[in-house]
Design a protein around this ligand. Structure first.
Ligand code: FE2
Length: 225
């Protein structure tokens, strides 16, 4: 399977003034694009050549894992942003209040985790065991490798903010909060709660039709479209 660079769901100017068109041209057009191209080159002739992105993330290692996860992570990141106001579902608002106390408390904890993450990585809002949690992952690592269902992610690799904010990650984060696509987060939560196989998180190590079916179902359910 050849993977393709996703189409951005908005114009490159849509996230301004918080994320500039120039940042998107480099971050999406250079970095994200490079992960897709590298992944396709690495997959040629391997057992993962015809597998879904989620299957590869759950089972591969080293460079194939890193590039596959970076493709998934960036897809998820861009879909999680929006240049216009969006609304949280009642279900999401209730869970944020239940698990963090309030939206402000959620933001404070997310900010603390994101500014405290050493080096390159990602900050995630994840549904794990029917509970919302904030997780950080280093480099390309991804919650679906660790049995979590991702709902939202923030890229804190320096390439995500250096053009606009230089090394000031906190300033990037304060403005990133203004761009969250809450409808995307709400939809991910609804899918995770309503999907009977949404809780399936064990790596499918057997190469058989059942695994292929489960992986295809998961890809359909959780890959942003
Ligand atoms: Fe990135």
């Amino acid at each position: 399977m050849k993977f393709e660079l996703m189409s951005l769901p908005y114009e490159t100017t849509s996230l301004e003034p918080y994320i500039s068109s120039q940042t998107i041209e480099f971050h999406y057009g250079k970095h994200h694009s490079a992960y897709v191209n590298k992944l396709n080159a690495l997959l040629e002739g391997t057992v993962y050549a015809d597998k879904s992105l989620e299957f590869i993330i759950k089972n591969a290692s080293d460079a194939i894992f890193n590039n596959a996860a970076q493709v998934y992570n960036h897809d998820f990141y861009w879909h999680g942003l929006l240049g216009s106001p969006s609304s949280r579902s009642v279900e999401l608002s209730d869970l944020i209040d239940r698990d963090f106390g309030s939206l402000d408390s959620f933001k404070e904890l997310f900010f603390a985790k994101a500014t405290g993450l050493f080096g390159s990585g990602w900050v995630w809002l994840v549904l794990t065991d029917d509970k919302l949690v904030i997780e950080t992952t280093q480099n390309a690592d991804n919650p679906i490798r660790h049995k979590g269902v991702p709902l939202l992610t923030c890229d804190v690799w320096e390439h995500a903010y250096y053009i606009d904010y230089r090394n000031a990650r906190p300033d990037y984060l304060k403005n990133w909060f203004k761009l969250i696509n809450w409808e995307f987060v709400s939809d991910n939560l609804a899918d995770a709660k309503n999907d009977l196989i949404g809780g399936y998180s064990q790596p499918c190590n057997d190469d058989n039709e059942v695994c292929d079916y489960v992986d295809a179902m998961q890809e359909n359910e959780h890959t942003p479209s």
